[in-house]
Design a protein around this ligand. Structure first.
Ligand SMILES: [Zn+2]
Length: 446
């Protein structure tokens, strides 16, 4: 029998050996270099209005080529300044529809003076926060995809997926994707990929569960114009342009309040209601020095609204509401809607991906996240818009997912950062997802 003090000695020695081994392992494993590669990518300035796409694509190309079995192609669908990188891991059964992962190359601008660290320095603080524009949106997933593939192939050099996996790195998502994903999905190169399932970016989660998105809201730019009799500022009369516009704004505001009440009461999520926010007002007769004539009621007035529709609502009903209530012609109001993207797929179905048993891709995805210890929140509609809409329009099952949990939502914000531990955990999640999706031999819904 070991004496008590002897036992303590043995335990502490074991602990020491374990700790030494652990620290050697962590130093030798990929994590530190994954982080370094992430930082390096973040330092490439791909913010609008002058994103350096060439530098980003050549960096990712070199990175992909450093991983065995990956093939790369650079496509130029518009100008030489807007390349698109396609990375492919061929599957053993090319007749099966492929998997496509997406990451956009660009990011929104950053104002360095408002940041604690320069937005393109990718500084890592002592507590592991990596500060950079794009750290969350969405350069993390760009590198995580490749690092996950690197780990899978390192652990199993014989790894051969059944289904082909492609990753596309596309330009211009942040400015609508017209020269990016919109062009790509129309190209022959895209058609040849025979995509069966698409995985795009998501958003950070402040809880311990990951968020997943099955739809985007569609934006409408709505302009309401009022006309009326001009008149002296002192006169009271009906139907002035200003009066008509203000009545219109009151009606829109009431609708907005009702929708917002549903959110505040917890009945619907923010992204599940129609938002209608006034974004500009234009009226008045200009005088000198940027002022307005004060004794004249103008004959025209105008207001602009940012309207967002979840795919669950009927756009024709909203159009009727706008025509009948928000801008009725009987009150000298007219309106113009610019629909910033499709609302229905090519078969006329709402742009939504099923997140239930009817969609085998959903089951495979969900099981893969759970298999590596991850948990998913209830699937959500994204409040804003991503490139995913172009794929959903083609009827391709599409999910939005960026594995960032316990992380504040900082996309497009000052001091955007991602913690190293969260980034590394995300790589493990993608390892599980890639292995499951590429070995899934069933057919997806069409
Ligand atoms: Zn994004």
């Amino acid at each position: 029998m070991v004496k008590p003090n002897m036992r303590i000695f043995i335990l502490s020695t074991r602990t020491l050996v374990f700790l030494t081994l652990f620290s050697i392992t962590t130093q030798q494993e990929v994590p530190e270099t994954s982080i370094t590669r992430f930082q390096e990518y973040l330092r490439i300035n791909t913010a609008h209005p002058n994103p350096d796409y060439s530098a980003a694509v050549s960096f990712l190309n070199v990175l992909a080529k450093s991983i065995p079995n990956l093939q790369t192609r650079t496509l130029y669908l518009t100008t030489p300044q807007k390349p698109l990188l396609l990375v492919t891991l061929p599957g053993s059964n090319p007749s099966l529809p492929s998997i496509l992962f997406n990451s956009h190359l660009d990011s929104v601008p950053a104002e360095p003076s408002k940041w604690v660290h320069h937005p393109f320095s990718a500084v890592k603080t002592d507590d592991g926060k990596i500060f950079a524009r794009g750290a969350q949106d969405d350069k993390c997933i760009a590198i995580q995809y490749l690092e996950a593939l690197r780990n899978i192939i390192l652990k199993d050099p014989e790894f051969k997926p059944v289904r082909t996996l492609h990753i596309c790195y596309v330009p211009d998502e942040e400015i609508g994707g017209l020269d990016g994903m919109a062009k790509f999905v129309e190209s022959n190169e895209f058609k040849q990929l025979n995509v069966g399932f698409f995985l795009d970016e998501g958003q950070a989660s402040t809880t311990n569960q990951y968020r997943v998105f099955y739809a985007d809201r569609s934006p409408w730019n709505l302009v309401i114009k009022a006309t009326g009799m001009p008149g002296h500022g002192s006169r009271m009369f009906d139907n002035s342009a200003m009066e008509n516009l203000m009545k219109s704004i009151e009606v829109v505001s009431k609708f907005r309040e009702n929708q917002f009440d549903l959110v505040k009461a917890g009945v619907l999520a923010n992204s599940e209601v129609i938002s209608a926010n006034a974004v500009y007002l234009k009226a008045g007769i200009p005088s000198t020095n940027g002022n307005f004539v004060m004794n004249m009621q103008p004959s025209e007035a105008e207001a602009g609204f940012d309207v967002r529709l979840p795919p669950t609502v009927d756009p024709d009903l909203l159009k009727k509401r706008i025509a009948d209530e928000w801008a009725p012609a009987t009150r000298n109001l007219s309106y113009h809607i610019v629909e910033k993207g499709p609302l229905r797929d090519y078969k006329g179905r709402p742009l939504m991906t099923a997140t239930n048993d009817s969609n085998p891709w959903w089951i495979v995805f969900k099981d893969a996240v759970e298999a590596c210890g991850g948990e998913l929140m209830k699937p959500e509609i994204l409040s804003s818009t991503t490139d995913a809409r172009y794929l959903r329009q083609l009827g391709i099952p599409t999910l939005g997912f960026s594995p960032m949990k316990n992380t504040p939502i900082l996309l497009h914000d000052h001091n955007e950062y991602l913690k190293d531990t969260v980034f590394l955990e995300g790589i493990k999640v993608y390892e599980s997802i890639i292995k499951s999706l590429t070995s899934f031999e069933g057919a997806g819904p069409l």
